[in-house]
Design a protein around this ligand. Structure first.
Ligand SMILES: [Zn+2]
Length: 140
């Protein structure tokens, strides 16, 4: 919170520097923090902003029409989505088959690259050195 005294006094009367956090307080309640929730209780500007937001929220929720969908609409929708789903499943299955082939190709390519890299002389040599040092430490 980096609001200094000057900022607070300069916005006094016209508003409060915290009033824009009203929606945060409304959404998250306790998560907004002790300071903010206490402030919103005591500050007139923020308090009225919060109650205004709450009223708007109530009004908005009343406007949502599909809380109770007519059963006919539901049935139509379900029938269509069944058909749609089977189409999608078939498509996904084809895509997957194709994808698996491609992935296999990549994986094999990767392993061949890896094999070449692992079996290259410098790598074997350094592995040998590491192994030699390791066995010296452990067995001598
Ligand atoms: Zn305030």
């Amino acid at each position: 919170m980096s609001t200094n005294h000057m900022d607070v006094t300069s916005t006094e009367g016209t508003g409060c520097p915290h009033s824009h956090k009203a929606s945060l307080v409304l959404e998250n309640g306790e998560l907004a923090g002790d300071f903010l929730s206490r402030h919103f209780e005591s500050c007139k500007v923020c308090n009225s902003k919060l109650s205004k937001l709450k009223n708007e929220r109530k009004f908005f929720l009343k406007q949502i029409p599909f809380v109770s969908t007519p059963s006919e609409v539901k049935q139509i929708f379900e029938a269509e989505s069944d058909e749609f789903e089977s189409k999608i499943k078939r498509r996904v299955f084809q895509l997957k088959k194709k994808k698996v082939r491609e992935v296999n190709k990549h994986v094999w390519g990767f392993f061949f690259d890896l094999k070449d890299a692992v079996l290259s002389k410098p790598v074997i040599l350094s592995l040998f050195v590491v192994f030699a040092v390791w066995s010296c430490i452990n067995f001598l």
